[in-house]
Design a protein around this ligand. Structure first.
Ligand code: UD1
Ligand code: MN
Length: 426
């Protein structure tokens, strides 16, 4: 008890002494604790915090620098155009002969990592699906199926175009898969009734960097609309620019799909592409001799065109080592002056004269056309395609159509004062 009491008294004395000292200090220096005013203390505290903050932000900057350094040294350099992976998108439906296209696509494929094959199948046709599945197992191709194969309700005058509507819907879905689901940077589109040439991949491989670098190009096509036997030269390495979108085995970049995909049409997608609203003055690269040909007699467009024209197309059979040649001449700034000069320096003759063979000693001849009728009549006489899409004749570049007639190069050319295509020409 005594001890407890003593401790209690001690504590009371200690506390009282402390209270007394505190009271004396505060009453002597009002507003100050420990000789420093509250204001000053606050100011000091603020200073401390500010210093701490700036120190922290310095640390943060250092951290960000380190992070950037790590990213710079560990991520690979941007891929060279030559190394871009370009999938082949094969559009299929209900033709089991898709195997014919696939066999050639596989046979000539130089590198299936660089050119993976994707078959997109519409129509839900089981026998065709079975054929495609075989290739999935044997060659590791990819088989994707369009989930929407429903009928498209159309009023009767349009009903006969159901096929065009369905295939356009399929294209949209398949291209969205390529670019938005699989995230590829480019694509080569083929259809299930196309054969390809031995240098098909070589051609697209070499032209990809040209397409990539030149914003005035929007596609590379394997197709020459006037590529019939007897209407092309032997120059398998000869390439052109064309204002006419040829399709039928063609390549585009992702940026193009981002641009046109959202407004993709319900039907007649290829003619829609040819409209100035989509083409916007851009050109495609096309070959003198086709790198594809079609064996699809009975297509959506009912085969008339096949018997009259498509079956005569010459498919290139030589291998041109395009990747080892300089294709920079195809860029707009080099090609336009070169092509203009080439045509300018060619002697001008009448159709009759060209057909007579009197000037057959000349390497090339030029025939002028000023009206739609003139173009059509000359085209008919010389056997080339005489139609226009959005005012552009097939194959034309700056209005000039180049083809062979009886072993002689002909440039069917608009007059020197030509200002551009007339969309009313059809
Ligand atoms: C023609 C063109 C073709 C173009 C089409 C659209 C030629 C030689 N062919 O088709 O390049 O894409 O017009 O204007 O000029 N398909 C479907 N779903 C269907 C029906 C067809 O996906 O419901 C696919 C086919 O598998 C094929 C493509 O669409 O890959 C074209 O069909 P096809 O029957 O060959 O029609 P063409 O008249 O050749
Ligand atoms: Mn076809």
């Amino acid at each position: 008890m005594r001890r407890k009491h003593l401790v209690g008294v001690g504590v009371v004395i200690f506390l009282t002494w402390n209270l007394l000292m505190y009271y004396m200090l505060v009453s002597k220096n009002p507003g100050k604790i420990g000789g420093v005013s509250v204001k000053d203390q606050l100011r000091n505290l603020q200073g401390d915090i500010e210093r701490q903050l700036s120190h922290n932000s310095e640390l943060l900057q250092q951290l960000q620098k380190l992070d950037e350094e790590i990213r710079r040294t560990t991520t690979p350099r941007p891929i060279r155009a030559e190394d871009t992976i370009i999938p082949i998108l094969l559009i299929a439906c209900d033709r089991t002969t898709v195997s014919r296209s696939l066999d050639l696509l596989i046979k000539y494929n130089p590198n299936k990592k660089r050119f993976p094959i994707i078959v997109s199948q519409d129509c839900g046709h089981k026998p065709t699906a079975d054929v495609i599945q075989r290739y999935v197992g044997e060659y590791g191709i990819q088989h994707i199926k369009h989930p929407n194969t429903s009928e498209i309700p159309l009023p009767w005058p349009q009903k006969k175009f159901q096929g065009y509507y369905k295939l356009s819907r399929h294209y949209k879905w398949a291209l969205n898969q390529v670019f938005h689901t699989f995230n590829y940077s480019a694509v080569i589109i083929v259809e299930d009734d196309l054969d390809i040439s031995p240098d098909f991949y070589e051609y697209f491989s070499a032209t990809f960097p040209v397409l990539h670098q030149d914003p005035s190009l929007w596609c590379v096509s394997a197709w020459n609309d006037n590529g019939k036997v007897g209407m092309v030269s032997e120059e398998a390495d000869l390439l052109y620019r064309t204002d006419f979108f040829p399709g039928l085995g063609w390549m585009m970049e992702r940026s193009m799909w981002i641009e046109i995909g959202p407004k993709w049409p319900e039907a007649f997608w290829d003619d829609w592409m040819r409209h100035p609203d989509q083409r916007k003055g851009r050109a495609c690269i096309r070959p003198e001799i086709c790198r594809t040909s079609t064996f699809g007699k009975k297509g959506v467009s009912k085969g008339l065109f096949y018997e009259k024209h498509l079956k005569f197309i010459k498919l290139n059979d030589k291998f041109v080592p395009f990747t080892k040649t300089d294709l920079s001449y195809l860029s707009k700034e080099k090609y336009d002056p070169y092509f203009a000069k080439l045509v300018d320096n060619t002697p001008e003759v009448s159709v009759a004269e060209a057909m007579s063979g009197r000037r057959s000693n000349m390497k090339a001849l030029k025939i002028l056309y000023s009206t739609k009728e003139e173009f059509k009549s000359t085209a008919k006489k010389l056997g080339i395609m005489d139609d226009f899409k959005a005012g552009v004749p097939r194959v034309a570049y700056k209005g000039v159509v180049s083809f062979m007639y009886k072993g002689q190069r002909i440039y069917l050319t608009p007059p020197p004062n030509w200002t551009g295509y007339d969309v009313k020409w059809s």
